[in-house]
Design a protein around this ligand. Structure first.
Ligand SMILES: Nc1ncnc2c1ncn2[C@@H]1O[C@H](COP(=O)(O)OP(=O)(O)OP(=O)(O)O)[C@@H](O)[C@H]1O
Ligand SMILES: [Mg+2]
Length: 372
């Protein structure tokens, strides 16, 4: 007999306890519970893998798993399924920890009766549903924030392009030099639109799990050198000298060349954009403690302390009175790229003195050509 058909998975290795709980469930008002039992974590996980379980009653101390680890494994197997932890009197502290770690409730064995058990199960299911609903709301909010950010970022170059095009079409710019100047603004803004769309596509790939890296053996020295070269013109226009400090003997690494170049381009573009002209910029590479360390140091405006924790967030820009453009995506994307390679990226900065952004890439990478 299944009643409302709430399918309970009871994972309990003590047969006496298991039997008692099963009986309480059978006695519950309306007899809504349909119980399956497992006395090992492994068996419990198998049941969960088959699906259809509405709630798990979980003893954390099992022959093949103990403590919070048991909870973590069960949760990983069935993310949407609520868990009620069964605990002894002496283990209540652990059960409280388990609730902090995502279990919906806990019950002390020996202090439960059929009513309490039934109520706790229903409460766990309701609570899990509410949590999921909140999470969905959060996702929706982030999505709409994202779209409004995108629209805003796309609009400003588009405004400039339309504005200058209109002036020229209306014949309001007869002088060839001014025409040329306007055309180069239009050209610049179209490029900005292009870069922005590329960044947005990267973010969308990252967030939908379609972002992959293709590793190949490569020389980081070459990558740095090419990236620096591509900025020489812009840097010298701004009176900035870029110097490279890279030993000729750097070992090869296994990495996605295009993606690592993208990181270099981001860091150099930031360093130039936030330099205050006439200053030097240093790119350093070295092999250290089994890792490759790359550092880009500028002597520009620096980053306020309160902005530091947010630098690598999507769409984040520190308050910049000069409004230097940029969508605040470069560092976010760079971080995802470096982490997909198993490396780290971080920044150190002093307002008015300058900034160093560093990243590492592991040197001992073997095999594997794709990674999400
Ligand atoms: N070298 C730097 N010096 C000072 N501030 C920096 C530096 N690098 C990054 N920042 C700050 O961090 C913010 C985020 O950088 P990020 O590269 O993610 O975005 P962006 O350069 O503004 O835009 P995008 O890279 O998408 O074109 C910047 O807007 C800036 O406020
Ligand atoms: Mg940037």
């Amino acid at each position: 007999m299944k009643g409302e058909g709430i399918k309970v998975l009871l994972v309990e290795d003590n047969h006496g306890d298991a039997r008692l709980i099963k009986e309480m469930l059978a006695e519950a008002r309306g007899n809504p519970f349909d119980t399956e039992c497992a006395d090992l974590l492994a068996t419990g996980l198998e049941h969960l893998a088959h699906g259809g379980i509405d709630v798990v009653l979980l003893d954390l101390g099992l022959p093949d798993s103990r403590g919070l680890d048991t909870l973590v494994k069960v949760r990983a197997q069935a993310l949407g399924v609520p868990i009620v932890v069964l605990t002894g009197l002496d283990d209540e502290a652990l059960a409280v920890e388990a609730v902090k770690e995502g279990a919906q409730d806990y019950l002390v064995k020996g202090q439960v009766d059929s009513n309490l058990l039934g109520r706790s199960i229903r409460y766990a299911i309701e609570r899990k549903r509410a949590e999921e609903a909140l999470r969905q709301l959060d996702r929706d909010r982030m999505k709409s924030e994202f779209i409004s950010n995108i629209s805003h970022e796309l609009r400003s170059p588009l405004h400039a392009i339309r504005g200058f095009t209109k002036l020229m079409l209306e014949g309001k710019v007869p002088q060839p030099e001014t025409q040329k100047e306007f055309l180069s603004i239009i050209d610049g803004q179209s490029q900005r639109l292009g870069t922005l769309i590329d960044s947005l596509l990267d973010v969308s790939r990252l967030e939908s799990g379609r972002f992959s890296i293709q590793k190949q053996p490569l020389s980081i020295g070459d990558i740095i050198h090419k990236a620096v070269e591509s900025f020489c013109r812009l840097a010298s226009d701004k009176g900035i000298v870029i110097s490279e400090d890279i030993p000729a003997t750097l070992p090869e690494i296994e990495a996605d060349g295009e993606r690592v170049s993208q990181v270099m381009v981001n860091l150099l573009s930031n360093a130039i954009k936030f330099s205050n002209g006439g200053r030097s910029l240093i790119v350093k590479g070295e092999a250290k403690d089994g890792e490759l360390l790359v550092q880009v140091t500028d002597h520009g405006i620096g980053i306020p302390k309160e902005a530091m924790p947010h630098l690598f967030e999507r769409f984040y820009r520190a308050e910049d009175l000069m409004a230097r453009g940029g969508a605040g995506l470069g560092l976010y994307i760079s971080k995802q790229i470096i982490e997909a390679h198993g490396g780290c990226i971080w920044a150190e900065s002093k307002v008015g003195k300058g900034t160093t952004v560093s990243f590492t890439l592991p040197l001992d990478q073997v095999g594997g050509d794709s990674h999400e």
